[in-house]
Design a protein around this ligand. Structure first.
Ligand SMILES: CC(C)(COP(=O)(O)OP(=O)(O)OC[C@H]1O[C@@H](n2cnc3c(N)ncnc32)[C@H](O)[C@@H]1OP(=O)(O)O)[C@@H](O)C(=O)NCCC(=O)NCCS
Length: 189
């Protein structure tokens, strides 16, 4: 079983698969909107962007298990600050929950964002009505920042709890220590 990411470009077959994935997670939709998934949710996910962000910094991936799309991830690069990537959504269809696949999907997303030059922090918002997922994010290394924002969708009023995770810098880890040792050797010649 191989979990992967497939960057979506909006092709009709991809959009149909994305819509199926979202419809496979009705509990999430009810928690954050008060309604079951809607027929235009895949389209909204593909097109939704924070103000001032261009599509070149928006990435929607299908999460694949072998060759089937079982989930999706939406990430904005360089928002709300240049060194931050914001995870708008990580979602798996409910039939795939609780088997370690969310963790694998998250790790793949983190690896992608870590390659982006200048990105040092991952950030996301958990709506308080969906607080059941907080332990998942803590397990992935995120912590509450203390920032809480008002959240509203139609009749549902709640709060967005902001979490963040600092990514290891290029100077940390084994490769970084080896590089630093090389630089030290060069400069002492
Ligand atoms: C959040 C989500 C992606 C997690 O995926 P998952 O495949 O169920 O999670 P995993 O099985 O990979 O769990 C990884 C770890 O997190 C823990 N975890 C996951 N969900 C948890 C929960 N609700 N409560 C407590 N721990 C949880 C697991 O126990 C596991 O820990 P372990 O490694 O110590 O055993 C999935 O539940 C989902 O798609 N939810 C709907 C969409 C959603 O709410 N997304 C988040 C929006 S902010």
């Amino acid at each position: 079983m191989v979990v992967g990411l497939d960057l979506l470009t909006g092709e009709p077959d991809e959009m149909a698969a994305l819509q199926r994935v979202i419809e496979g997670a009705p509990t999430y939709a009810r928690r954050i909107t008060g309604y079951p998934p809607g027929p235009a949710d895949a389209q909204s996910l593909m097109t939704g962007c924070p103000p001032g962000v261009g599509y070149s910094d928006k990435f929607v991936w299908g999460v694949t298990l072998d060759d089937d799309m079982i989930g999706c991830a939406d990430v904005i690069r360089g928002w709300p600050s240049r060194e931050t990537a914001h995870i708008g959504l990580l979602l798996l269809s409910e039939s795939h929950h609780g088997r370690g696949l969310g963790q694998s999907a998250y790790q793949a997303v983190e690896a992608e964002t870590h390659r982006w030059p200048g990105i040092r922090t991952l950030r996301l918002a958990v709506v308080a009505t969906n607080a059941e997922v907080l332990p998942f994010w803590r397990r992935m290394g995120f912590a509450e920042t203390g920032e809480v924002r008002p959240y509203r969708y139609d009749k549902l009023t709640s709060e967005s709890i902001i979490l963040a995770k600092r990514l290891p810098g290029p100077e940390s880890g084994y490769a970084g220590r080896v590089a630093a040792a090389r630089i030290a050797r060069c400069s002492s010649r």
